[in-house]
Design a protein around this ligand. Sequence first.
Ligand code: PLP
Length: 355
Amino acid sequence: MYKKLFIPGPTHVRERILQAQAAPMIGHRAPEYAELQKEVTGKLQQLLYTEQRVYLYTSSSTGVMEGAVRQAGPKKVLNTVCGAFSKRWHQITVANGIPCDKVEVPMGQAITPELVDEALSKGDYGAITVVMNETSTGLMNPVQEIAALVHEKYPDVLILVDAVSCMAGVKIEFDAWGLDVCLAGVQKCFALPPGLTICAVSDRARERAKAVAAPGYYFSYAQMDKKYEKHQTPATPAISLIQALNVQMDDILAEGLENRWQRHKDMAAYVQDWARRYFALYSDERYLSLTVTNVENTRGISVAGLNEELGRRGAMISNGYGELKEKCFRIAHMGDLTVDDLKWLTGQIEDILGL
Ligand SMILES: *Cc1c(COP(=O)(O)O)cnc(C)c1O
């Protein structure tokens, strides 16, 4: 049976977007493709309030996280860790043999500018990694404030941001905030099928990458730049997904960016209120995510059992991530979902649990 996805990726994909993937195939060196990439890139630059380069990588987000740290050298990288995905970025950095340190806070807590200041003051760093929306704990780090601190006190430190579960759901002003890398797979707030990652890269990050001895190949900005002005990618891209992304970007811009940000705020407020009423919120109230809520299972319900019954009714939520399994459950409110969808979902949960 079809289940509407209320999980933090992949998210619910509208029929019109599924259909857009079925457009006739075009050659990736043909003018039609260049036109498509040029159009999509312009729309993505609007979404990110940037005039700098936005790359389309045919990869899941994890690959682009790897590319970003590989090209951030030659100095040490500081990985900030506040949950599973930010921890992954540290593991990726270590696995690539890149000199790095991590600064970690307990799950449910945020990375603050103060913490970043203290950590950066202790070493000679070239870059910092921050996960903007930590999907495993339902928490949003204050990236704008962190970036402001870094620019003020550590102007040579590149700011690498994983915005996988919030780009296209919350406002990210890439140029005004002074970010250097901001990446996101399309299977979350973009509400597309997985397989493509959007990545904005600052001019200074592209310049810095040139000094790196082994920047890799597939994700290399220098390789991407060889084709960028021709509106192509070095390797064959996921053309069908890019065709669907082009349609989705039209819909996102037609909705209006401010309206889209507001809809995500409204959905978050609704789910947070509901969670406070019947359960509790897991993460620090000051930094709650606007795209996914991690609900603490204060009633000791069977989360797996709840999800099974929801499945019979045509919906799916997420269990707690990793060690939070059964201790929490997560409701994603991102992409093309609406407050009405979430009212329906919470109504079903209340009915199943007899709340
Ligand atoms: C989903 C997610 C990832 C991993 O994305 P993939 O596309 O599966 O590689 C990374 N970071 C965050 C914050 C995520 O939510």
